[in-house]
Ligand binder design. Structure first.
Ligand SMILES: Cc1cc2nc3c(=O)[nH]c(=O)nc-3n(C[C@H](O)[C@H](O)[C@H](O)COP(=O)(O)OP(=O)(O)OC[C@H]3O[C@@H](n4cnc5c(N)ncnc54)[C@H](O)[C@@H]3O)c2cc1C
Length: 399
């Protein structure tokens, strides 16, 4: 007999890391993961850039900053133990205009506060030594930034859960969550499972699933599609490591960048366009239900009023390859439409408060027997093992 049963909704990397952490930290606890798809990591975890972020961007003292830095060391060790891909190819954050130098300096100070290892400011000549095809007037170099294979890590976490006596129930879309005396009942149609505690890690659906659990309606999730181009194989030599712009601090996304993947391909992107469906991987996918929910939310209109200019620019890049590559060309002069083919896309779950603020930090809260992850955007894949520690401590009050 298990001492206690804990349910986790969502078999993305956050849900699986959490299920694994509980199964290992609390032997005797039976863990069950409920996943609506037929395989793990079908959504954000399976459509991301595969970067292990070093912690450069995040507000010092925030959960993002602390859990990212801790997450990197846990993930590096895990990948080493399991012989999963983990390649420290390094990253440049490149300034191409004089007016970006101040922002780059702020980023450097922020990264130092976050204890990002071995970060250096480098000159135009040093950029050329590291990346002969990259242009720029100065850069930050983070040699320890890595790439990995998040779906492979998620599968390994799922296996750890099963090996520890837990269960990953695929094809189980949770349709109702009811608090019952001494526990919580999770149902998929007529199939009902009673657990002692429940953790919600539903990514793009985290607001919908939280509502099933009678948690507050806010923040809502706004889906931002990120579309990629792929460098043609004979042009993949144009970058050796990761090449990023200096980000706009008003915006939670990092800007179109060059991302080598563990399979040897190189992606350019992702952009950030408002998707017309939460799981809208293609432009043509429209969900009237998601769209109505968005239109009825005052926060969405307030966000649109603040960010419409950026929104139009991103849409232009979505429809026109030439417009998309214009940004990329600032970093690799001469790279253009003929060097790329269209790649895949991912959809980011970005939480939005009622006042139109894009929620920056991770947001996790617990009410009684239910703990809900309400915002886990990038770098949540990097930070997943540390987020799992954080959630486990919150669930069992043993921080
Ligand atoms: C384009 C893009 C690029 C990114 N790049 C990076 C990067 O380079 N590095 C990084 O660290 N992070 C990156 N991220 C962010 C990272 O991928 C996410 O933060 C992370 O994957 C979130 O994991 P998750 O488990 O919360 O969500 P998900 O992976 O989306 O998983 C949620 C799961 O919940 C399931 N679910 C939903 N509703 C139900 C229900 N009712 N019943 C049962 N199951 C349900 C879904 O099917 C899904 O499997 C990127 C994200 C995107 C989209």
């Amino acid at each position: 007999m298990a001492d206690e049963t804990v349910g986790v909704v969502g078999a993305g990397i956050v849900g699986l890391a959490t299920a694994r952490e509980i199964a290992l930290r609390r032997p005797g606890t039976q863990v069950v993961v409920f996943e609506k798809e037929q395989e793990v990591s079908r959504h954000q975890t399976g459509h991301n850039s595969g970067v292990v972020h070093a912690g450069i961007y995040y507000t010092p003292g925030s959960l993002k900053a602390d859990l990212c830095v801790r997450g990197v060391s846990l993930l590096r060790e895990y990948c080493r133990d399991r012989q999963l891909p983990y390649d420290e190819i390094g990253k440049l954050v490149v300034a191409v205009r004089e007016d970006e130098l101040g922002r780059m300096e702020n980023l450097y100070q922020r990264a130092r506060n976050n204890h990002v290892p071995e970060l250096r400011r480098i000159s135009r000549a040093e950029i050329k030594e590291l990346e002969p095809h990259v242009g720029g007037i100065a850069a930050l170099h983070s040699p320890r930034t890595a790439i990995t294979d998040y779906p492979a890590i998620a599968r390994a976490f799922a296996q750890d859960v099963v090996d520890a006596g837990g269960e990953v129930r695929l094809g189980f879309p949770v349709t109702s969550i009811t608090t019952v005396p001494g526990g919580v009942e999770v149902a998929c149609g007529a199939d009902r499972v009673r657990v002692d505690r429940l953790i919600l890690c539903a990514g793009l659906q985290s607001d919908t699933v939280a509502r099933l659990a009678q948690d507050g309606p806010e923040p809502r999730i706004i889906p931002f599609r990120g579309e990629y181009m792929l460098l043609r194989p004979d042009r993949a030599h144009l970058v050796r490591g990761l090449v990023y712009p200096v980000p706009d601090p008003r915006y939670p996304f990092l800007g179109v960048h060059f991302t080598p993947r563990v399979d040897g391909s190189v992606e350019v992107g992702p952009n950030a366009v408002l998707a017309l469906a939460k799981e809208g991987y293609r432009r043509s996918r429209v969900s009237p239900r998601d769209l109505l929910a968005l239109a009825a939310y005052p926060g969405a209109w307030r966000m649109a009023a603040q960010h419409w200019r950026t929104g139009i620019k991103e849409y232009r890049g979505s429809f026109s390859r030439a417009a998309f590559m214009k940004d990329a060309e600032l970093y690799v002069p001469g790279v253009g439409v003929r060097d790329v083919v269209r790649g895949g896309a991912g959809v980011r779950a970005q939480a939005l408060d009622r006042d139109g603020t894009l929620v920056d930090d991770f947001r996790v809260h617990r009410v009684g027997r239910i703990t809900a992850v309400r915002n886990a955007p990038s770098p949540a894949a990097t930070a997943s093992m540390a987020i799992a520690e954080h959630i486990t401590s919150a669930v069992f009050d043993d921080a």
